[in-house]
Design a protein around this ligand. Structure first.
Ligand code: NAD
Length: 471
């Protein structure tokens, strides 16, 4: 205990103000708990500061850039207009700052005490908050929710430096490099490849697996690979990166190809996007006695309770599915279990919506076709291409498709895989149908407005039932 520090006792202490932590804090406060939240750097988390939100602004600018350059003629726009990346950078920062202010507003509105500093557990019921000037608060709590997120993973042989960085440095950069090598073709690598290429950067993506977005359905990977090629992105699959480091004027990357040849590339910048690891260090986790899994995440049950029953963990630190909306959903369950003795549990993480904000977008939930065949044997599969959808033609984006997979016995959806314009907006109908067990025979009668992209879902429902109408 430090003498000058504030002494405070609360019902619920939340460590980390990312999308999981701040939402859990609000829900706990709504349920009548006294709540304190501690954040050392990013109010709103990586998501609002340097992740989902600012990157979506950059992606929107990338789409506009593509419109005024590659598609100018089709839309009757003057030739030779170029989009200024600095404007994209400035707007992405101002949108992020606005959203961050919104988080502070919500904390205040809900009577939540905010502490800006590093929180360190000193026992399983106490935590100290420290700033550069020393300890500012000693907080005791009945319950804690750990929402400390994750950190970027690196590869052996890759020396991070000024020009070999993770995504944060790229998001915060005021300029777009003339050439960019992206290591890893997961969501982060693919999203940045699309932004950089749309602003005219010469982009090479190196992916270790045999296809991009290897966690997605194979048809999705193939469709997006075609789109990247059109954008001018070079994709090398089966590429094992051996080394990457800064040089005097840029960066140098060495990788082995699937055929065993060693290849070298000189580039202006290297983005390392090979995944995240749950953050377990730097906040006194040992002092709580909370157990971690063999794979290095905080071990939680379906109600997000750790091995110490009054301590919960949510978000990336649980190693379940590192997505902002999953953290939020976990935060609400944890807060309701604490504040209302709720019996709610998290559903199957595989059924959570997933999206990659590439050009065109990718959206999915549930099982891929290969997983569904392995688990169920026989499955119903139907696809509908956006080239047969009127609205897609009107907006001038006809690449992609809707692919749905259903269980032939229950006739309910088990997976959905979409590539196309704004397809992430189409997921809720599918996840609701799957979650409530709505059959394809009912789904075909759910009337969709014309002309909309969502009509492609209705067509795919008809396809599952054996009778596509417009294709
Ligand atoms: P990821 O784990 O999703 O993908 C990393 C990719 O790197 C994989 O395809 C992997 O095969 C490849 N890789 C690994 N080692 C390699 C090597 N030596 N050489 C070449 N490639 C290699 O990681 P990510 O894209 O960095 O994303 C991190 C986390 O953030 C993920 O959990 C992701 O779901 C989440 N995220 C999601 C979104 C979104 O949904 N839109 C956006 C950003 C981040």
């Amino acid at each position: 205990m430090s003498e000058s520090a504030e002494q405070l006792a609360v019902n619920v202490l939340v460590l980390g103000a990312g999308p999981g932590g701040y939402v859990a804090a609000i829900r706990a406060a709504q349920l009548g708990q006294t709540v304190a939240i501690v954040e050392r750097e990013y109010w709103g988390g990586v998501c609002l500061n340097v992740g989902c939100i600012p990157t979506k602004v950059l992606l929107r600018h990338a789409e506009v850039a593509a419109l005024v350059s590659r598609h100018a003629k089709a839309f009757g726009l003057p030739d030779g207009v170029t989009a200024d990346f600095r404007a994209a950078h400035e707007r992405s920062r101002s949108v992020a700052e606005g959203r961050i202010k919104g988080v502070h507003y919500l904390m205040k509105k809900n009577g939540i005490r905010q502490f800006a500093g590093t929180g360190t557990f000193t026992s399983d019921t106490s935590l100290t908050v420290t700033t550069a000037d020393g300890p500012i608060a000693d907080i005791t709590f009945d319950h804690a929710i750990i929402a400390t997120g994750s950190e970027i993973r690196n590869l052996p042989g890759v020396d991070l430096g000024a020009r070999v960085t993770g995504y944060i440095e790229v998001v915060l950069s005021e300029t777009m490099p003339d050439s960019l090598v992206v290591i890893g073709a997961g969501p982060i690598g693919i999203e940045f490849a699309c932004v950089a290429a749309s602003f005219g950067s010469n982009v090479t993506v190196l992916e270790y697996q045999d296809r991009i977005l290897p966690a997605e359905d194979v048809d999705v990977s193939a469709e997006l690979a075609k789109a990247l090629k059109k954008l001018g992105v070079t994709v090398v699959t089966g590429a094992r990166v051996v080394s990457a480091s800064d040089t005097e004027s840029g960066a140098h990357v060495t990788y082995d190809t699937a055929a065993g040849e060693t290849t070298e590339i000189d580039t202006d910048h290297v983005l390392v996007a090979v995944g995240f690891s749950p953050r377990l260090e730097g906040y006194g986790l040992d002092a709580t006695g909370v157990a971690v899994t063999d794979s290095g995440a905080i071990d939680v049950d379906a109600q997000l309770r750790t091995s110490v029953p009054h301590i919960f963990a949510i978000g990336d630190v649980t190693g379940k599915l590192a997505l902002a909306h999953v953290a939020e959903a976990q935060g609400i369950v944890a807060a309701e279990v604490i504040g209302a003795a709720s019996t709610r549990v998290m559903g199957d993480y595989r059924d959570m919506p997933r999206a990659v904000y590439s050009s065109p977008q990718v959206a999915s939930f549930g099982l891929t076709e290969a997983q569904a065949r392995e688990e169920l044997g026989d499955v119903l599969v139907a696809s509908f291409p956006f080239v047969a959808n009127g609205k897609a033609h009107a907006v001038g984006e006809t690449a992609g498709f809707v692919k749905l997979i259903a269980n032939p016995t229950t006739r309910t959806l088990v997976g959905g895989h979409l590539v196309g314009p704004d397809v992430s907006e189409l997921l809720p109908e599918l996840t609701l149908a799957a979650g409530t067990g709505t059959t394809i025979d009912d789904l075909i009668h759910n009337v969709h407005a014309h002309p909309t992209l969502s009509e492609s879902l209705q067509e795919a429902f008809h396809g599952l039932a054996g009778h596509v109408i417009n294709f």
